[in-house]
Design a protein around this ligand. Sequence first.
Ligand code: UDX
Ligand code: UDX
Length: 469
Amino acid sequence: MKVKNICCLGAGYVGGPTMSVIALKCPDIKVTVVDLNEARIDAWNDKDLEKLPVFEPGLAQVVEEARDKNLFFSTDIDSAITAADMIFIAVNTPTKTYGEGKGMAADLKFVELCARQIARVAKNDKIIVEKSTLPVRTAETLQTILDSNGNGVLFEVLSNPEFLAEGTAIDDLFNADRVLIGGQQTPSGQAAIQALVDVYSNWLSPKQILITNVWSSELSKLTANAFLAQRISSINALSALCEATEADVDEVANAIGTDSRIGPKFLKASVGFGGSCFQKDILNLVYLCRHFNLPEVADYWEQVIKLNDYQKHRFAKNIITTLFNTVNGKKIAFLGWAFKKDTNDTRESAAISVAEHLIEDGAEIHVYDPKVSESKIKEDMRYLWELKGLTEEKINKKLKQLTVYTAPPQALHNTHAIAVLTEWDEFVSYDWNAIYTNMYKPAFVFDGRNILNQQQLKAIGFVYKRIGS
Ligand code: UDX
Ligand code: UDX
């Protein structure tokens, strides 16, 4: 079977970039990305490419080239489902905030809604592709819902998890380490796998495409993220030990990483990992392990999250202790709010919990991030405080301690300390002499990403603290 028409449910960080690249690389396939959120779809259709809802290096060029040729963004979900031979599900699967499995299990309600809508609308056979990261065996649930509600048409469910990292999504899609496709060993399952292999073969070689059974594919995605996150928690655990022993974590990481069995990547000590995936997926894995009565395995992985919470907390606490045990009424500038550079995504960003901690101690936070808007930053804090059950009055009071700036000088002037929360390249090239002149003394810099020039800052007069030395 040759796919001619693809639809994707969910125009987010994964659905948007992935479908844009598929459209660009497969000019014979019509790709329609749909979403319930009308504002988001309008932004994807905006003539001004600066206004795309997702910031990702290289994305604007891809959209510019493919949009309105064979790439379309729409809110007409039913029509897109009807026309498609292959439907990707890329809606979000956040950690449940209520009921059974609260704070751990993945919330699959959006995925289930998608399956019900597909079943209701579809008039001919379709291949359904899970793109969202899902607990192992979700394909079974999808298949059951599709088969019990469909109009007698055949649905074949595949798992095709994304491995793109935000900030490098386009390059990750163009030059994927691997594409993973999980499907059933039946003849119709094999045919569906082949149809998806043919899509990716437009730009990837056969060695980059791995085929497994559905359950291995679902579990590989969850555990790939768990392994990556574990490396960061491991090096962050060592950063605390380095600070206590005068070892330097960057030197240690370099020494460890030159062992080819370990490798140099993903060993950068930091204020803690963030992003939409790591925490959610590990919590999900922990939940699954408990479900299958494997408490030791669950505890093992849960420690990766606990260490990350510890690292964020430790960073905030270090700021308070260094500023003479209180930050009450002091102005602390945050350079960066996104969970990493080159993205406007802030989900689970370390900045959020560091801000919470400092605001609790009475600090005034001045934030500058090159790509994150004021409304997003305030929304992040509001969401956190609402989850913690704070009253509207308390939330509004705390929000007054947070000011967002659109240019760095204003954010940094007349502050007691600067904290680097995201590793944006532009921070390194700032005029640190001028910044120093305009700060209260002693002027402190807390580098949560170890990106600034230590010698230079110390020579200027800053009290400079970094992670793990
Ligand atoms: C994705 C995956 O879904 C998640 O499982 C993976 O681990 C990370 O990436 P992401 O693209 O980052 O999520 O999420 P988001 O940017 O929130 O996009 C999801 C989109 O789906 C939103 O635009 C939302 O409006 C839309 N949506 C959600 C629907 O169209 N219908 C729904 O029922 C629910
Ligand atoms: C991750 C996975 O890398 C990707 O394969 C998967 O599909 C989705 O989840 P993403 O969350 O976009 O991607 O970003 P990633 O580059 O993995 O970074 C996650 C967090 O770890 C960031 O906050 C980053 O700053 C932090 N990090 C990363 C470190 O602190 N140190 C490192 O050495 C690497």
